[in-house]
Design a protein around this ligand. Structure first.
Ligand SMILES: Cc1cc2nc3c(=O)[nH]c(=O)nc-3n(C[C@H](O)[C@H](O)[C@H](O)COP(=O)(O)OP(=O)(O)OC[C@H]3O[C@@H](n4cnc5c(N)ncnc54)[C@H](O)[C@@H]3O)c2cc1C
Length: 269
């Protein structure tokens, strides 16, 4: 690891000044510190966001749940409003990595990093989340730009992520057993704007699947997906799974998520 300057601001303004001067945001360090250790990244200044109080906290505001960027996965998992209004998001957070990762990893770090197998990007895309930064609001649809690429500009800080409350939703992840990232994860949400199906782990980055969405808009049942063929041509192929296997998983995990959303809505309604 190269030598670096360490800063620990307490206010957003202080943090953004340091970032504008070329500093690198440090959230939980779950990805960043590992990248620095293998010298994939060598920032001259680390800007630790942990003491910036405005970046913490989860609020129910109107018909949305607003989650501060520095909220840990375990805070999202255990928050009463998230559990009540978007239980699928609590469940998603509860399935990230292991207990240690969930105690340190943050939603802001996950969304900024945009790992192609990360869980939150699928929730953002399916629920139609808004990424709030120190400069602007970005719709999830315009934010995720493929593997590790986002609409964030250099020095831009995510301050919170705002999730509209869906009618019903569920996330189904088929884990890569070693890392526990998604080999394929599917977030299904029935929203005021129709059904959204967002897939993570299968391709170059998170994406919505129009064919599955069209079928579920006609009939929100797992059976409605039986005849759908998933095109494998743009899907990942690696030592963990072939593209054909991932294509099949997309359909199967979508069916699992739909069944889960229906069952849960039955209990909660
Ligand atoms: C073993 C392991 C298993 C994991 N399993 C899963 C899993 O199952 N599912 C899953 O979704 N994820 C998983 N993760 C990812 C993990 O949960 C973290 O979300 C991810 O590593 C980001 O870490 P972090 O929040 O600590 O951010 P950091 O590592 O501190 O930062 C990551 C990047 O985001 C930038 N950044 C951080 N915060 C902000 C901000 N507010 N604004 C702008 N840029 C910012 C940093 O500069 C850096 O470039 C796993 C990670 C590990 C190590």
């Amino acid at each position: 690891m190269h030598a670096f300057q360490y800063e620990r601001p307490t206010l957003i303004n202080e943090a953004t000044k340091l970032l504008a001067a070329g500093g690198q945001a440090l959230a939980g360090g779950q990805t960043l510190l590992a990248s620095m250790k293998v010298r994939l990244m060598s920032p001259e200044t680390l800007v630790d966001l942990n003491e910036v109080k405005e970046l913490h906290g989860i609020e129910h505001v109107g018909d949305t749940i607003v989650i501060g960027a520095m909220s840990k996965h375990q805070s999202v998992e255990n928050n009463a409003d998230v559990k009540k209004f978007i239980p699928a998001l609590s469940e998603l957070a509860s399935g990230i990595g292991d207990r240690q990762i969930r105690a340190i990893g943050t939603i802001g770090g996950s969304v900024a990093n945009n790992d192609p197998a990360a869980c939150y990007p699928s929730a953002c895309l399916a629920l139609g989340a808004t990424i709030q930064t120190n400069k602007r609001k970005i719709n999830a649809q315009d934010y995720f730009l493929g593997m590790y690429a986002t609409a964030l500009e250099p020095g831009e800080l995510i301050t919170s992520v705002s999730f509209p409350i869906p009618k019903r939703a569920a996330y189904a992840k088929f884990k890569q057993p070693a890392s526990r990232f998604a080999l394929v994860g599917v977030f299904v949400a029935q929203t005021d704007h129709g059904v959204h199906v967002a897939v993570t782990g299968a391709g170059n980055g998170v994406f919505r699947h129009k064919g599955l969405e069209e079928a579920l808009n006609k009939s929100f049942t797992a059976e409605a997906l039986e005849g759908i063929q998933i095109d494998k041509s743009d899907l990942n192929e690696d030592i963990h799974a072939s593209a054909a296997y991932r294509a099949n998983l997309i359909k199967v995990q979508t069916q699992v998520a739909v069944r889960h959303a229906i069952a849960r809505a039955g209990v909660l309604d």
